[in-house]
Structure formats: structure tokens, C-alpha cells
Design a protein around this ligand. Sequence first.
Ligand SMILES: [Ca+2]
Length: 164
Amino acid sequence: MLTKYSGVLAILALIYLSGVQGDVSSKTKNFIYVGDTLFYIEENVWKNWFQARLFCENLGYNLISLDSQEKYNVINRFLDDKGSNGSFWTSGNDFLTLGKHTWFPSGQPVDPALWHPAQPDNTNGEQHCDEFRYNFTYLMNDDSCHFQKNFICERSLASPPANP
Ligand SMILES: [Ca+2]
């Protein structure tokens, strides 16, 4: 009897472990907190800007908005400590007004100090989505929205304001 149950338990354990292995969050453990905000840094999945936004949304997150020095510092330090030299989609874009890059969904402008030198340059008139990209240091660049990149999601853990 015991042997019979042991077999079932072993199978359940295997199913559980295979499930854990397939879980992106367990595999990467790239979650960090800054104040009331939780970040998820995805380094193993590449998506275009729209797919990345949807991926975050399905987790209950938005793409990251680097709208504070504290956020920039923490994300930059995290990537620096890992020796990362990649590129990550952020929520930044200029869909609403060409050349005016803002964070989604707040609509706040992207701080001019965040751009790599000579960016945003809208190369070939087709760069409307903003990446956090390594080029000696991590800063922003506008790029083609259909390019596949890693991405960073964020989620506020603060309580929503009470209804008036
Ligand atoms: Ca560019």
C-alpha cells in the first residue's frame, strides 16, 4: 500500500517540479521592490513592445516607467550587479505626439537626462518605443516597436485612493 502511494507521490512531485521549472518567475527570480513598487525584470523572454506590454498586463503589471531617480538607480544597480548588457522595453513611447516621449499610462514626459547621447533620434522615422539599453551605461533609446527585446514590468502595491 505504502509503495503504491509512494509511486503516486513521486508522480505528483514530478508534475509539481516540472510546473515550477516552467514558471518564469521561479526560474529568474528577478523581482525587486522600490518603496511601494514591485519590479519584474524579464531577461529570458524577447517580445516586441506591444507583446511585452501585454505580457506585463497579463501579470497585473505595466511596462516600467523610469519616472524617478530612485527607480533608475535601483534598476541600474540591479542590472550592473548582474553584469547585464542587454536592452529592455520600457513603457516610454511617442505615439500620442511624434517626438514627445512619455511614460504609459501616466503621460508624464521622459526626463531628457535619461537618454543616451543623440537620442531619441527616430532613425528612419520608425522609432516610437523606448528601451533601457546598455551602451557603456544603461540609458534610454527610441527604437522600432516591432523589435524583440527583454522588458521590465512594474506594479504599484500602494492602496488605490478611496472613492470620494
Ligand atoms: Ca534611436
